[in-house]
Design a protein around this ligand. Structure first.
Ligand code: ADP
Length: 480
């Protein structure tokens, strides 16, 4: 059943693949290259229908090709085929009809070429092109002279120029005049093989509007590795920049409002303190004058509450001042020994159970500090020791010169502080929950103390064991 060509020995020496079929589509010739491409030896292929190697859709098409060839005319086509293992391969066919002397089609010789590699590369290229085109970022390539060579859809969306308008033009069509120097810098980096990552700049659209973009530019190399241009990805960051501007505006507004609030707090607490001081002074005079009057008890109770109120307002004033950065210091030279001694004996009067023991380890402990504020710290720490150890019998205070500093330790045998809280007790309004919260307090004393000590270049810290007691320490630079 072999046609004229396949009978010829030269048929098998053709370097290209060669397959012959009769007008019914039966394979009549099959050379060695066809064997290599499809995996079928000639004896298995010859006599079979051409559908042996064609995919179904292609097979239907082949029938129409045969019809076409019968009418005359050569055909070139590419088709998806399958080899002996069922693997997809792409074949390029060049079909030549064979006719008898009467002009009737007697067979078709088809030169075949395996073009799978090229086809896969084309497919990959098409996928890449689809990715580039569907990207939200503008993707543009250009030569080293800045001539645009590719332009995706997002580039059109972002800059307004169509692909047709942009390709062949210089990249400067989207660079604002005052940013033209960017380009020289970018190209210089690219020539040296350097990438540019997330460079934030401005670009201009066709209608002149400016776009905030983040630019990444990479060198483009040819198959020999030579740099021939650059590919740039531009991300529109206008929305982010706008949001950042808004955030800055809000932050600024918040800062202003916070300053107003601080100023108001300072003013309000100051104004509250003045009449309160007068009330207290008058009440104290009244207390003295009442002598043995049984109603004196009411005055004493009122004095205690007014003092409490006055303390709260002072704390409020201090917190506001610290927040506003207005904790002004008025340093004087004084002996810390004397101050602690005075405070201890004053506070001793407020407690009957606990004995306050002060051990000074040096004759003199001179410091150059704001006396009123250091007094506030010592009162707060000893006051806390009294408050949080009401069932214990003693509070011990030690003051010692250590190198250039003076260190004061206040130890109590009270309720102690849980380990998880010890790092937070110097924070504003922090109070330990649980047993400690049953004691009156506002949670600002230690915060104020810590700010005062820090503003004197000192340190404050605490150690504690729950149920055993606490030791509060502060250190402050000595005057000499
Ligand atoms: P407060 O007015 O609540 O006493 P502070 O700022 O002085 O505020 O103290 C913060 C918290 O630290 C207190 O609420 C308490 O829980 C804890 N604390 C402070 N001193 C002691 C202490 N000597 N013993 C146990 N807990 C303490």
């Amino acid at each position: 059943m072999r046609n004229q060509i396949s009978n010829n020995p030269a048929y098998h020496s053709v370097a290209e693949g060669l397959i012959s079929i009769n007008p019914e589509g039966i394979i009549t010739g099959w050379n060695e290259e066809a064997e290599r491409i499809f995996g079928y030896p000639a004896k298995e292929a010859v006599g079979e229908n051409i559908s042996l190697i064609l995919c179904e859709a292609v097979f239907q098409n082949e029938k129409s090709i045969i019809r076409n060839l019968k009418k005359g005319g050569d055909e070139h086509y590419e088709a998806e085929c399958k080899d002996k293992n069922g693997k997809r391969i792409f074949i390029s066919f060049n079909a030549f009809p064979e006719k008898d002397t009467a002009g009737n089609l007697t067979g078709i010789n088809q030169f075949i070429k395996d073009i799978s590699a090229q086809k896969l590369a084309d497919e990959k290229q098409a996928v890449l092109a689809a990715i580039v085109n569907s990207s939200d970022d503008a993707i543009i390539s250009k030569t080293l002279d800045g001539i645009i060579t590719s332009w995706n859809r997002s580039a059109t969306r972002m800059f307004g120029f169509t692909e047709k308008e942009a390709i062949g033009k210089h990249i400067s069509i989207i660079i604002p005049k005052d940013r033209i120097s960017d380009e020289a810098l970018i190209i210089n980096n690219i020539r040296n093989g350097k990438k540019i990552d997330h460079f934030e700049t401005l670009r201009a659209a066709k209608d002149g509007t400016k776009r905030h973009i983040s630019l990444s530019v990479s060198p483009l190399k040819n198959s020999k590795g030579k740099i021939i241009g650059a590919s740039k990805i531009a991300r529109d960051i206008s929305i982010r920049i706008e949001a950042e501007k808004q955030r800055e505006l809000y932050t600024e507004r918040l800062r202003e409002l916070s300053n107003y609030k601080d100023e108001f707090m300072v003013m309000a607490s100051h104004e509250l303190k003045t009449p309160l001081t007068v009330i207290l002074a008058n009440l104290q005079i009244l207390e003295i004058k009442m002598e043995e009057d049984p109603r004196k008890d009411f005055v004493e109770k009122t004095i205690r509450q007014v003092k409490k109120l006055s303390g709260l307002i002072s704390n409020l004033l201090d917190v506001s001042k610290i927040h506003a950065g207005k904790l002004d210091l008025e340093p004087t030279l004084f002996d810390l020994n004397i101050l602690i001694e005075e405070i201890s004996s004053n506070l001793q009067r407020t407690t009957k159970n606990q004995e306050i023991i002060f051990n000074s380890h040096n004759k003199e402990l001179m410091i150059n500090a704001d006396k009123g504020k250091i007094e506030q710290v010592v009162v707060n720490i000893i006051g806390n020791a009294i408050k949080y150890s009401s069932d214990s019998s003693k509070i011990i205070i030690d003051a010692t010169r250590k190198g250039k500093n003076i260190v004061v330790d206040v130890s109590d045998e009270g309720i102690g502080i849980p380990e998880k809280d010890i790092g937070n007790i110097f924070l504003r309004f922090y109070r330990v929950s649980g047993s400690a919260s049953s004691f009156a307090g506002s949670g600002v004393g230690l915060y104020i103390s810590s700010e005062i000590i820090k503003s004197h270049a000192g340190k404050i810290w605490a150690e504690s064991k729950i149920g055993k007691g606490s030791v509060f320490h502060f250190s402050i630079p000595a005057a000499n």
